[in-house]
Structure formats: C-alpha cells, structure tokens
Design a protein. Structure first.
Length: 270
C-alpha cells in the first residue's frame, strides 16, 4: 500500500508538471516594446544603418533595456518588429519572441522561457524521482531472477526491460537536470551559457548573477512552500531582471533617471 501511494503521488506530480510545461504558452513582450506604425515606417524607409541605429536608440530610451548586441546596438527583432527586452530571444520554431528564453524543448514541443521554466525544472526533477523509484522497486526482482529464486521466463523479460528503461532514462535525466541546476545557481539561461549577454562594458556571463539564494528566488519565488509545486511563483514579469552591478546612468541606451528613482532601482548593486 505504501509503495502504491508513493507511486501514484510521483505519477501525479510527473503528469502535472509535464502538462504545465506543454500548455503554458511562452510569454511575449508587452505592447510598449513593439514599434509604433510611424516609427516602423520611418525605420524601414531609412537606408542608412547608422540612422537606423539612432532610431532604435531613441525608442529604447523609454524602455528598461540594458543588454545590447555584440556591436553595441539595440537588440531589435526584424520579424516581430519590437525592441527585445533583456534576456528575450526569438524562437524560430514558435516564430515569436519569448521572454527569458532558455531553449525550445522537443520533449514537450514547447518553448521554455520565463512562463514555464520552473515547470520544466520540476518536470525533470519528478521524472528523475519517478525513474529512480521504479528502478529501485524492480531491482529486488531482478536479483531474485539472477539468483534463481524465480524462474518465470515471461515475467523475467518484463522485469529486465522495465529496469533497463528506468535506469536509461534516469541517467540521461540526471545529466540534464544537473546542468539546469547549475544554470539556475548562476542565474543563466541555456542561451546565455553559450553566448554571454552584452552590457555597456562588454560581455558578462555573470551579469544577472545575484548569489545562490536570490538566483533560486528568481525562478521559484520567495514562498518556499510553493517551490516544489507546479504553481507560477517566479519573480517579476519577464521584462526586467535585477543585475549584479549596473547603474542606469552608465547605460547610453537609457536616459530616464526619474523613472528608476521612483521605482527604487537606481541603487548599486541592484
């Protein structure tokens, strides 16, 4: 009875997190990041690249945008016609810009980003426990067949197959989950691990690293009782993220100091 209760609890959590990872659609940038019709027409009619960069910089002054391209320009998506918020990237599979995009996962056929990254991590964790539990409960029967205590041939094949599949998925999930735990501990996405975000002073792979505890709170929230449940609790709205040490006055893309002073975000470090 205890085995069945534990099994069904893990199974429900596994299905719940998988369902949330699939059907939680990626959050797209708000309307204020989209170019107006007049700005879009002015940008498209301009043929000089330097003037186009000036137009984008003029629009970005009103937005909380800190990261830039490798050449120092404003991050702009030609396909979605919007200024990219920090940590936002365009997904070629979903054909939209996704806030805090991590990667597009073929396992769940969905883009993993700000809206469902916590659910994806919990899905990996409960899948890992699910496979471990199955392998542990089947292993004793494998030992009995190995020592000759049980001789039923057909059930022996089933036990061997179940144990092999559970161990195989456990090993693969262990490496994947461990890698994402390392990313969360440093407040990075998969894309940022391969290509560091660019700030005023150049690329900085630790630009969003706030420390181990605060990095966990960025993904799971401050309410620890919600950490292990597939309930949305991530901090912020996905458009702005606290940075390790960055002052607004040092950023040439921003010139609206009063906005950040009112929000209390002009202190260093944030």
């Amino acid at each position: 009875v205890a085995y069945l209760i534990i099994f069904h609890i893990l199974f429900v959590l596994f299905v719940w997190t998988y369902w949330k990872s699939i059907f939680t659609r990626p959050v797209q940038p708000g309307k204020k990041y989209h170019m107006s019709y007049a700005d879009q027409e002015r940008y498209e009619n301009e043929e000089r690249p330097e003037v186009q960069r000036q137009i984008l910089a003029e629009i970005a002054r009103k937005l909380p945008v800190y990261t830039r391209t490798g050449t120092g320009g404003v991050r702009f998506c030609d396909r979605c016609q919007l200024i990219k918020p920090d940590r936002c990237h365009h997904c070629s599979v979903c054909a939209v810009c996704v806030l805090k995009m991590d990667h597009h996962c073929p396992w769940v056929n969905n883009c993993i980003g700000f809206s469902n990254y916590k659910f994806f991590l919990l899905f990996l964790a409960y899948s890992l426990l699910y496979c471990l539990y199955i392998a542990a409960t089947v292993f004793k029967y494998f030992i009995k067949y190995w020592t000759g205590e049980l001789t039923n041939g057909r059930s022996k094949f089933h036990v061997l197959f179940l144990l092999f599949v559970a161990v195989m998925f456990f090993v693969s999930l262990m490496f994947l989950f461990g890698y994402h735990c390392w990313l969360v501990s440093r407040n990075r996405s998969t894309l940022e691990a391969f290509s560091a975000p660019v700030f005023q002073n150049g690329p900085d792979k630790n630009g969003f690293n706030l420390g181990f505890v605060k990095n966990l709170q960025q993904v799971f929230g401050e309410e620890k009782k919600l950490w292990l449940l597939p309930i949305a609790s991530s901090q912020g709205d996905g458009h702005f993220f606290p940075m390790r040490a960055l002052c607004e006055a040092q950023n040439p893309l921003l010139a609206c100091e009063e906005q950040w002073e009112d929000d209390g975000l002009d202190q260093e470090p944030h």
